[in-house]
Write a protein of this length. Structure first.
Length: 366
């Protein structure tokens, strides 16, 4: 009887169990291996997660692992702030791509102060978030221990895309480890300081002759859609969340610096001429007042005239020249921001990263 049961089990139940394990376990192992590899990497790396959950996990774990003097928080529009822009003894990390909106940044701040208290937090506030007509975004879960909630498709996609790219000897270029399929194929991904490397896109940009509005920003402005919805009033929930961010930073002796990231000059001109973005004028006045009342500073970098449109990656994102100019400006106003005056602020990239791009793409057809 027992023998028959064992035979029956081996024939009908054992194969599905093995198959299920082969499908379910590797994605989880892959994720853990990738993150472990990232955090144990002793040299520079470019890491491209395939899910939002992966981004959150990677960046939140970094906050757990090390204390930082300066942290930048914001959307993709702050992703060109880099450690090399600061003096060598400044520990810096970029928490870009961590969701949008002050309500999410408030949740993120609450997570950060559980584990560390940086000297300075630089908060990039996207202008459209304060538009009362802009829809509320989804609230994010910044609990590092419960971060994996992506659907089955993303688990499998992440696994099969990345399984072959975990060996440091197999995927590196000029001493830089490449982690994740997009990092290996296109050199897209996060640098070790949390900033973003555009890889192949950078290569295309530095070879173009003029600014290209890849995000169709002008069309969006003309139609008043997405991030450029017309608006007159300020969103109260965003202001309320910002007030709480200010309160927490003040109570924890963290210097908070807020700013509006810049748009290309051509985009600013079109928005100004439309006359349909009154909330922007109101927001600037209110944020200056709100920060000043709490002995903090807010700066409006919406327009930086010294850089023409060619210093922008698209209609929303400035390059590292612009980010460095902002840090340089802030260093004159904050005693806790010490910049690297010898930062190799080449057009979009420094020379070492240009060499990486040339080695990877010079002989390829893009």
């Amino acid at each position: 009887m027992i023998k028959k049961f064992i035979i029956y089990f081996l024939i009908y139940y054992f194969p599905p169990i093995i198959l299920h394990g082969l499908i379910i376990l590797p994605p989880i192992i892959s994720k853990l291996s990738m993150l472990e590899y990232v955090h144990n990497s002793n040299c520079g790396y470019i890491y491209h997660p395939n899910t939002i959950e992966e981004i959150f996990k990677y960046k939140l774990d970094t906050i757990l692992d090390k204390d930082f003097d300066i942290i930048v928080i914001g959307s993709s529009r702050v992703n060109q702030f880099r450690k090399e822009m600061f003096s060598e003894d400044v520990d810096f990390f970029n928490l870009c791509h961590m969701g949008n909106g002050n309500e999410n940044y408030l949740l993120l701040l609450k997570y950060i102060i559980q584990y560390q208290k940086p000297k300075v937090i630089i908060l990039g506030i996207d202008q459209w978030l304060l538009n009362d007509n802009y829809p509320n975004g989804e609230k994010n879960d910044y609990n590092s221990n419960s971060i994996y909630k992506s659907d089955t498709y993303n688990y499998y996609k992440d696994y099969y895309n990345n399984l072959n790219y975990l060996n440091p000897g197999y995927d590196s270029i000029n001493g830089i480890n490449l982690i994740g399929s997009q990092a290996v194929t296109n050199l897209h991904g996060f640098r070790s300081d949390g900033s973003w490397f555009y890889g192949k896109r950078f290569y295309k940009i530095i070879n173009r002759q003029k600014f290209i509005d890849e995000k169709n920003t002008i069309l969006r402005i003309n139609d008043g859609v997405l991030k450029f919805q017309f608006g007159e009033n300020i969103k109260k929930t965003e202001i309320q969340a910002l007030k709480e961010i200010i309160r927490i930073c003040k109570n924890n002796n963290i210097e908070l610096i807020g700013f509006f990231p810049p748009f290309p000059n051509s985009i600013n001109l079109i928005m100004d001429n439309s006359g349909r973005y009154d909330y922007l004028k109101k927001s600037k006045i209110l944020l200056h007042k709100l920060f000043k009342e709490n002995e903090f500073n807010f700066y409006d970098y919406t327009r930086i005239d010294e850089f023409d449109d060619n210093y922008y990656i698209d209609g929303l994102h400035g390059n590292q020249n612009i980010s460095y100019s902002i840090i340089d400006n802030l260093s004159l106003r904050s005693k806790d921001i010490d910049i690297n005056k010898n930062f190799e602020n080449g057009y979009y990239l420094n020379n070492s990263e240009k060499r990486i791009l040339l080695k990877k793409f010079q002989n390829s057809t893009l």
